[in-house]
Design a protein around this ligand. Structure first.
Ligand code: PAF
Length: 283
């Protein structure tokens, strides 16, 4: 399996592949790969001849220095894991910070039509500028036909669709279902940092989302939110940062239910110092 670190080298390889009529998919990741990532890679391999998996902990999307420093970096394991999926059709792109940012580790500033100010945008200053910067950079370098992102980061997925639309980037963005542990916990690279008692407590997040979905069938969004807030207020280990029900397209909090719209419930929770997010489709 080839592992590229220089943008010139990967760009050259991809342009040769495309000249030979191979289709190219891309799965951007920050590494510490888990089964959730592998599902994205498998889907990408089903729909493309070759798949580029980028492994890059992007500094500009972290608003918390400690989180950036502690983010797991496991490139060798990641490559071994990818080999279990395909030894021939996956290309790993693991650039250095300098190769990407060329001495200026700063984000470009984006206008995502307000999507960036909802939910995560309220709690993680500059996060989506950082994500937009790196994803646009990857698309410029790799020029994939399709790129795959998980619905766990639903706001990120929506923003990347907006990025591609507003900047006329010729790539199809494919959203993929959330991959969960058997206990319901959404898979995330951050889960590896959970201490055992928090790991045991964390499935409560999805359990609560499922009940919230059921309640949303008969109750107002504010009643459902009140109920969720109460569940976490009574929880000894998990601290709720936000729960809200939002329009799937605009990501704006619901005002009044309409059966012409689709909604999702979004949640962010602290388990000790680890921040976990999740979401569920409501209708
Ligand atoms: O979802 C992630 O892992 C990251 O935000 C992404 C899309 C790879 C950009 O760094």
């Amino acid at each position: 399996m080839k592992v590229y670190s220089r943008k010139e080298d990967i760009a050259k390889t991809i342009s040769h592949l495309k000249a030979d009529d191979f289709t190219v998919g891309m799965v951007p990741t920050m590494g510490a790969l888990h089964q959730g990532h592998l599902q994205l890679v498998k889907r990408a391999l089903n729909e493309n001849d070759k798949v580029v998996v980028s492994v890059f902990v992007n500094p500009t999307q972290f608003d918390n220095e400690e989180d950036l420093v502690k983010y797991p970096r496991t490139l060798e394991n990641d490559v071994e894991l990818l080999k279990t999926v395909s030894k021939t059709d996956i290309i790993v792109y693991a650039p250095t910070v300098n190769d990407i940012y060329e001495g200026k580790t700063v984000s470009q500033s984006f206008d995502f039509d307000g999507l960036e100010f909802e939910m995560e945008g309220k709690f993680r200053t500059g996060h989506f500028d950082g994500v937009g910067t790196i994803v646009k950079r990857f698309f410029d370098i790799v020029k994939p036909h399709k790129a795959y992102f998980g619905e766990k980061d639903f706001q990120q997925l929506t923003i990347i669709k907006k990025l591609v639309e507003k900047h006329n980037i010729p790539v199809k963005i494919v959203g993929c279902k959330i991959h969960r542990e058997t206990n319901g916990l959404a898979m995330s690279s951050r889960n590896t940092r959970l201490k055992p008692k928090y790991k045991a407590a964390a499935p409560f997040i999805y359990k609560t989302l499922k009940i919230a979905k059921e309640k949303f069938g008969t109750k107002s969004a504010s009643k459902v939110s009140e109920w969720v807030e109460k569940q976490f207020a009574n929880h000894g280990l998990l601290k709720l940062e936000y729960f809200l029900i939002a329009d799937t397209e605009t990501l704006k909090p619901i005002k009044r239910k309409s059966n012409k719209k689709t909604y999702r419930a979004f949640i962010a929770v602290y388990a000790d110092d680890i921040r976990l997010i999740d979401n569920i489709a409501l209708n």
